[in-house]
Design a protein around this ligand. Sequence first.
Ligand code: NAD
Ligand code: MG
Length: 399
Amino acid sequence: MFATGQASVQKNVTILGSTGSIGVSTLEVLALHPQHFRVFALTALQRVDVLLEQCLRFQPRYAVMVDEPSAGHLQQRLQAAECPTEVLSGRAALEQVAADPETDYVMAAIVGAAGLLPSLAAARAGKRVLLANKEALVMSGQLFMQAVRDNGAELLPIDSEHNAIFQCLPQGRPVPGVARILLTASGGPFRTWSRERMAQVTPRQALAHPNWSMGPKISIDSATLMNKGLEVIEASWLFSLPPAQIEVVVHPQSTVHSMVAYNDGSVLAQLGNPDMRTPIAYALGWPERMVSGVAALDLIAMARLDFEAPDLTRFPCLQLAYEAHARGGYATIALNAANEVAVAAFLNQEIPFMVIPQLVRDVMEWTDSGTPDQLEDIIIQDEASRKAASCWINNKKMQ
Ligand code: NAD
Ligand code: MG
């Protein structure tokens, strides 16, 4: 359908987190294909100006502003501009638009645990779910994958590594003969820094990723390598593989987005420029290919591709994620919640960079093993871990 450019049935797309880095890239790709996609709903936490501009340009049926006062401002400004978009507010409205019968595709691009309920609502409603919100799978992998299977949803990974693996597997699913997944990691801005230097890093330094332009939380996670840890857990759920078959390889150029090694010695890789519009276009168009707006990869200009092992002593968060996954869902929820609190505290200059893994380790140690099978228990564990992490920080401040 995309190759010929012929008109076909338009798919209605809901973007959860449309004002963020992934949300904006998604709208850029959709804007290239107005004949195939209609923007049905856009959602944001509180950035009125950005959501207003998106509504005026894409004229969605709904705009959800989670923050109620911000929703009021958006409503007034849309009315003044005679834009017919209906404004909703509150967290339940996120689930409402994700599961709306008219929604075909849901881009799940809210950051952190806040994305769990609306992403899950999309899966339960049997949508095509384009999953960027890795934290949702880290928290609820078993329950989420079951919801996808039970409701006939289509789950397409947006994370560039998982999208690459999906592309390197026949039909995107693991088959007999897969030996390992090789998950590539850029190594972040501190790949070559000493421990002593890393003790002094500022939020500004940690936010400056060498290859990717992303939201603040995932940028810090990339600097600690927690992002890669979360991605190991994500890959394990998406591709039904034990963590022992998921190996992290540091690849500073971020050109090889990940690889699949087969037991005949073949290694398949997906390469491309570090630009999220490629995996987004792939997931929107699948099983066909469509233009993304990304420049062609110039291998001659690239000249070399390097690979090295991750250093788990300077980047303990990666090891913590493997440990959490081995212990079960309660521990991965604790890992994720403590990390979210720690990242926010680091960005607020309340804790130093190297304290992030200490805080996560301690909160994980206070957590039971095993896996919750009810959504309510997942939410209770998430809240308890956040509370524990906040207390940990307050105690440190008083010392
Ligand atoms: P971002 O911070 O740029 O954007 C986050 C979006 O979520 C915004 O639209 C914001 O309004 C919304 N949001 C934040 N908190 C919310 C809340 N409590 N309730 C409702 N909405 C809320 O983040 P991002 O970099 O676009 O990342 C989004 C997700 O995609 C994350 O899970 C991240 O790990 C994943 N991801 C991002 C990239 C990337 O290149 N940015 C790559 C791979 C995966
Ligand atoms: Mg990634």
